[in-house]
Ligand binder design. Structure first.
Ligand code: ZN
Length: 453
């Protein structure tokens, strides 16, 4: 039994002082406020949220796709060209090193666990590895090294569009028919057993464009355990394609055919009409928002004020991993609403400040989307915790919700000093405990890829 002590902590019923948290076998065993100090003061203790959407391998492309292609309006051109060259190269060793680096950065940013939306399954050219779940195994190995709580979501990706065209050359490493995906999913579940008990297996159809309509409708019953994820309504060309092919907008189609409920986490949901926003929020599904990536790709702005007011569940993820920053992800979410509406403190209420309302929401939504007992400093939960440095100049004289606002809007991830994932104390004094080895392996991969690209 390990005991942690913090001068201030966010508990389910609000802020408390002088809090002792007992951790046993990775879970919170007791929480007591107003206790005498024992050991070091951890500062300001918060539950650590889940990062609900990541394609880890894309981290290695960050910063390489900011040039214009021949058509200034073809925003995806440079990104897609690089992605194809990149996908011809990546080996399982590369993926493992990149993923460990990504998970390390997530932990250092204050996330306690991550959901990997995993679709890079096969060899270059599309032939499966001898072990169908080779790449899943590498993500598991990365999590063993980083100590990040992992929810692995193998992704079913079969077609290049709603018309069921073949996958393009850049997509063949992702592809499976429904039967082989089922085998892969089972094998990934076996690979996960190498991890501590807080691991989780989910399942995902990649998007409405990538899977047969009948398989989309049957997906939830075919995979009855664990969370379900899917990209939905990210960019307007996708809306046009689904509308033209199936006669309904993507969110409307999914609402009518997929039995959406609180097992689902729908990634982006950027392109919604007010009616779609209200109806989707009412299903209990989590909107998995990725505000930094959505800004980077020019996707558009989530209908956040309406969604929050409708009681919709939300979580955040880092998706393309162009930049991994929890504070910036939350700040961008609110700033995008302000820029669109010409308002301030867009998501605040009379009771909760902006950062408090958003953090409360992503703690609950992240846990739901990852099927993880986390999101609160409460008995029985995994000890996913983050401690902010209350000695930081950004927190001087601040406490409670004002301290959260100061972290998110005036500070950055450097305020995150310690992080635990299911009790594993992986970030200490602002740095991951295996940072040196993880960075060295990542540097090697970047060097060899850089030569090839
Ligand atoms: Zn994504």
């Amino acid at each position: 039994m390990e005991k942690l002590w913090a001068s201030e902590a966010l508990l389910p019923n609000g802020w408390a002082r002088d809090v002792t948290v007992a951790v046993d076998a990775g879970r919170i065993a007791a929480v007591t406020a107003n206790t005498p100090r024992s050991g070091a003061d951890l500062g300001l203790l918060l539950p650590a949220p889940v990062n609900v959407h990541s394609h880890a391998f894309q981290r290695a492309m960050a910063g390489l796709t900011e040039r214009r292609g021949p058509d200034p309006r073809d925003s995806f051109w440079t990104w897609r060209q690089l992605m194809f060259r990149f996908l011809d190269r990546l080996t399982p060793d590369d993926v493992q090193a990149i993923t460990a680096f990504v998970q390390m950065e997530m932990l250092e940013a204050g996330y306690g666990a991550s959901v990997e939306f995993h679709y890079l399954h096969h060899q270059p050219g599309g032939v499966p590895y001898d072990d169908l779940a080779e790449m899943s195994g590498r993500i598991v190995a990365a999590a063993e090294q980083s100590g990040a709580g992992l929810c692995l979501v193998p992704v079913h990706y079969q077609y290049g569009g709603c018309d069921m065209r073949d996958l393009g050359p850049g997509q063949v490493r992702f592809g499976n028919d429904a039967a082989r995906f089922e085998q892969l999913h089972a094998a990934a579940g076996k690979a996960l057993r190498a991890l501590p008990a807080d691991h989780m297996l989910g399942a995902a159809p990649h998007s409405l464009r990538a899977v047969r309509r009948e398989d989309l409708g049957a997906f939830a019953s075919r995979y009855p355990h664990g969370p379900l994820h899917m990209h939905l309504a990210e960019q307007s060309p996708e809306v046009d394609e689904v509308q033209a092919s199936w006669g309904a907008r993507p969110v409307d189609w999914a609402l009518d055919h997929m039995g959406l409920d609180d097992r689902w986490c729908l990634i982006h949901c950027t392109q919604m009409t007010p009616n779609e926003t209200q109806s989707l929020a009412a299903t209990g599904a989590v909107a998995g928002l990725c505000p930094i990536t959505e800004s980077s790709l020019g996707d558009g702005i989530f209908d956040g004020v309406r969604w929050f007011d409708a009681g919709g569940a939300v979580a955040v993820g880092s998706d393309s991993n162009i930049r991994i920053s929890l504070s910036e992800e939350l700040r961008t979410l609110d700033y995008s609403q302000r820029l669109r509406d010409g308002t301030r403190a867009a998501l605040a209420t009379e009771q909760a400040s902006t950062a408090r309302r958003i953090l409360d929401a992503v703690l609950a939504g992240g846990a739901q989307a990852a099927g993880r007992d986390s999101g609160a400093i409460a008995v029985g939960q995994w000890a996913d915790l983050l401690a902010l440095d209350s000695g930081s100049i950004h927190l001087e004289g601040r406490s409670g919700d004002q301290a959260l606002d100061s972290w998110i809007f005036a500070g950055d991830d450097r305020l995150v000093r310690d992080v635990w994932s299911a009790g594993r104390h992986v970030v200490q004094n602002g740095a991951h405990i295996r940072r040196e080895a993880i960075v060295a392996a990542y540097r090697k991969v970047i060097k060899s890829l850089g030569d090839a690209l």
